[in-house]
Every structure is written in structure tokens, then in C-alpha cells.
Design a protein around this ligand. Structure first.
Ligand code: NI
Length: 265
């Protein structure tokens, strides 16, 4: 699998989970705007089988380079972003839940789910979109959710794209993120307003907004229940030096963006 094939497969898997993203993508491209992605984000656990380095190995194999490290103390997450040598390809943002910082009950639940993963599963090129490899009850999902929305989401969906992010600078129709947000809301989409619709600022070199997650029906071992799936994000970047766009992330903004999966629509 080459990187274009993997990115295509990631997008296909993602719009199945979040059909609203495809609707918004079509609104942009209907105006002859070329939609370029800023980054694609994934969630994993810091378990030795699937930690960031293991999870991202397919991306490093396909030309991505590990860049900056981010820490989210309240949500108990660690993250890295990866950049490709081809700057038109999206950055990859991978976060991992720090299991040792949670209750022994959460740790043993997650460890037992991950026991279902074989070395063969993990070594496949499309592992990052291979979904859930275990049975999960809605009861366990809710127990996990009490401690960590992130743990519950990851246990329910497994390894899938969490969100795609449109690179707003490359869209020709919007002069700023506010204008884009107004356009999206006019077309009936709901934005995550946790911490304000726009996270970050021009001074911080990055502004981001996102839709709230799309609600999906998920098959649990004790029935089908509707839970939040994926959201669509929009990022506008500013120059850190003349002619050089800032390529990193702002932990404080990303912290609020993570909450886009707290509630769905
Ligand atoms: Ni993001």
C-alpha cells in the first residue's frame, strides 16, 4: 500500500463513520475549491502493543517523520505529530491514553480488550483503520466513559480515524475561519463551542474549529446504541517567520477539540 492508497482508505472509512464530513466536503468542492487536508488524527493506548510508535510505524515506513510532542495533563494523554516530506500531504496526529494514570478497573478492561489483538493484526498496513478487534458491552462502554470519554470512544470504535481536518488557508472562498464557521452553520451543521467556536488565535499561529461528532449506531454485545463517532475539523495557520507557516499544534486548543466527541448530533 502506498501513502495515497492509505489516505484514500482512511477517508473512505472516515466518511462512513461521519457522513456529515462528506456533505461539508461537497459544499466546499461545489464552489470549485480544492480541499486540502491539514491533518488526520488518531487515538490509541500507550499499551506496548499499540503505543504511538507502534501505531505510527506504517506512517514512518511511508515517509512520515516524527515531530513535536504534546502533553494533555487533564485528559491524561500524550501525543506526537508526524510530517511527510511532501508538504501537500496531511500531517498525522496520534495521541495515546496514559493507562497507568487510571483506575485498575479501567486498566484491566483495556488490557483484556487488547489481548484480542494478534501481532499479525498490528503489522498490517491498514491497522490504523482496522476498527474494533473485540466484543464490548454497552455497560462496559459507559463504565469506561465515567473515567475517560477517550477510553470509551476508542473501545467502542477501535482503530479508526478520529477526525480529518481541512486546511483553511488552501480554500479560496473564506478570508478567515469565522467566515467558514458561518457558512457551515448556515448549511445546518453544528460546531463544538466548548471553549468558544474558535480555539487558538493568530498570535498563537493556529486557529481551529470543529463540528460536533456525528452520532452512529454501534453494535454492542448487549444491543445497538447510538453514540458519538467522528467530527470534522478546520485549521487556519499563520506564519511563524516570513513565508514560513507554523506546522505544530497548540495543546490548550487541542484539549478543547478533543471534547468534540463528548456529545454527538
Ligand atoms: Ni485535530
Amino acid at each position: 500500500m502506498n501513502i495515497t492508497q492509505l489516505l484514500d482508505a482512511m477517508w473512505k472509512d472516515y466518511i462512513e463513520l461521519n457522513p456529515k464530513a462528506l456533505e461539508i466536503y461537497k459544499l466546499f468542492s461545489a464552489d470549485n475549491q480544492k480541499v486540502q487536508n491539514d491533518h488526520v488524527a488518531f487515538r490509541t493506548f500507550n499499551h506496548p502493543k499499540v503505543n504511538i510508535d507502534k501505531f505510527a510505524s506504517v506512517f514512518t515506513k511511508l515517509g512520515y517523520i516524527k515531530k513535536d510532542n504534546y502533553s494533555f495533563e487533564q485528559k491524561k494523554l500524550n501525543a506526537f505529530h508526524y510530517e511527510h516530506t511532501d508538504p501537500t500531504l496531511p500531517k498525522i496526529f496520534v495521541s495515546e491514553l496514559l493507562l497507568e494514570e487510571f483506575s485498575s478497573s479501567l486498566q484491566s478492561t483495556v488490557n483484556s480488550l487488547l489481548e484480542n489483538l494478534s501481532v499479525d493484526d498490528i503489522s498490517k498496513d491498514n491497522f490504523c483503520i482496522s476498527g474494533r478487534h473485540w466484543d464490548l458491552s454497552y455497560k462496559t462502554y459507559n463504565q469506561l466513559k465515567k473515567e475517560s470519554e477517550y477510553a470509551a470512544w476508542l473501545s467502542a470504535y477501535g482503530f479508526r480515524v478520529n477526525h480529518f481536518t481541512v486546511f483553511v488557508n488552501a480554500l479560496t472562498k473564506f478570508s478567515d475561519l469565522q467566515e467558514l464557521n458561518t457558512f457551515i452553520k448556515y448549511h445546518g451543521h453544528i460546531l463544538n463551542d466548548s471553549g468558544g467556536e474558535i480555539k487558538g488565535s493568530a498570535q498563537a499561529l493556529l486557529e481551529q474549529s470543529s463540528t460536533v461528532a456525528y452520532n452512529q449506531n454501534v453494535q454492542f454485545s448487549d444491543g445497538i446504541y447510538e453514540i458519538p463517532a467522528c467530527y470534522y475539523e478546520f485549521a487556519k495557520r499563520y506564519e511563524s517567520a516570513p513565508g514560513v507557516l507554523f506546522q505544530g499544534f497548540i495543546a490548550k486548543s487541542a484539549d478543547k477539540i478533543f471534547e468534540s466527541t463528548n456529545k454527538g448530533q
